[in-house]
Design a protein. Sequence first.
Length: 174
Amino acid sequence: MFSFFKKKTAEAKIQMAPLEVEEGKEIICAPIEGEAVLCAEISDLTFKQEMLGKSIAIKPVVGKVYAPVDGKIEMLIDSLHAVSMTSLKGAEILIHVGIDTVDLKGKHFKGHVKEGDMVKRGDLIMEFDLDAIKEAGYDMISPVIICNSDDYVDVERVTGKQVQVGETIMKLKR
């Protein structure tokens, strides 16, 4: 079942380009490698209509999720398909891998963090078997949500392109 986890994987932290800095803005980096798209492309209405907060989605090409910012892990969902964290600057971020993947009850997922852990941008948070989950019939589009987006006057989003882990996908301004 978890044979893919035994394959040689990337280090627990990847090399990242220097963080982009803009006065008065918090930068959120891509936690997953893939195509960054607007959430309007998601079939699930909760995510499509951004009911949980302003967001983007990533269509993953690699089954790894890395910390998009320095911060604290607030919760790794028992089914391992989603993780929430709070950045050191206060952004509440939810990363949800796939749609309806909660139904897998953790199958094809492996967590690398636990509640309360402090992480640095680029730390490995979780892995998932992208091919096995797709073969099981799940849509792998993965929302990255700012749950407290109402606390910001502006949430700029970068979409419509392939992103590498660590590239800027959102800029938050209070």
